[in-house]
Design a protein around this ligand. Sequence first.
Ligand code: SF4
Length: 375
Amino acid sequence: MASTTSGGQVRQESLPRRPYVREAELWVPLRDRPGYVRCDLCARRCIIAPGKYGVCGVRKNVGGRLYTLVYGLLTAMNIDPIEKKPMFHFEPGSQVLSISTVGCNFYCQFCQNWEISQSRLERGLYGRYVEPEKVVEKALEYGADGIAYTYNEPIIFFEYMRDVAKIAKKHGLFNMMVTNGYATPEAIRALAPYMDAATVDFKGGGNPEFYRRFMAVPDPSPIYTALLEMKKAGWFIEVTNLVVPKYGDRVEDIRRLARWIVENLGPETPFHLLRFHPDFRMRDVPPTPVETLERLANAAKEEGLQYVYIGNVWGHPLESTYCPRCGYKVIERRGFAILAWRLTRDNRCPKCGYRINIRGRFHGGGGDILPLMIY
Ligand code: SF4
């Protein structure tokens, strides 16, 4: 395969002939810089020189064309309760087949899944190739209700996600992604017909300085554009925010984020405040104090959010759902399990009749943690 260097010379390059190496989508050649391409998949919109990779480390310019190197190169395939994503108000109690590859477009110093998202630099690209049809087959075989694209940032394996989602839909499965929200509007529009829901993860209250310093993200504002595009596409959206003590726990940031959600996505949007645990390059920061999470949860409620949860604090009362009108505990959870479902058949509070924002059906109270390695 020939590639043109910036100096105009032709250099021979080749990619291994493997099923997981495919020409990418959503990129353009740059007319004024021969051989260069721009990837339009995520908001970084990397300009990539011949022979080089994008920031995510899984898309490479070879010969003036962009390739994905992780099409179906899976690092995990587990059955999870949907509540683990977290996703509390969409198809509650369902089981999802969760899949991931390596790589990420963010460099979060506190990443909990850094072994798959960040270790490509030390370990290279790894995984096991699984055809899209096989993923759906496994989901059906294990009785999953949907497929979750998760663990690492799924937008970086966009082509595979889209292909799996398309087949899954045909078989009556739903699709949801857990994402940092840095996708371009074009990428979301391309996924729109197949994706049903998204959990969009903020960190540090969406504070731009936090994103720059701890995540190597120059500007978080494209996440808001992506959220609006998801809403336009009709996806069910839940928003999370990881609270990193000392560095990302400012109440003004939570108030601003909560206000934006209320005004743009609606007060019924579920909002999860997640407790930080020391990991990866942030092992010297202690877990978030529960009182901090509670203070921020109160602030988010004061800004008008109706469903505010605290995550990663086992047994906390804010794992459960309360009726926004009368305060009755309508769904009782412990961890990822639903212990009691007290809504009427049309998802109303049995005490006052207020309609709770639920999409899809209740699949039963199972929801126990059931990590099931399939291969
Ligand atoms: S997906 Fe994002 S990080 Fe990766 S090459 Fe494309 S624009 Fe760059």
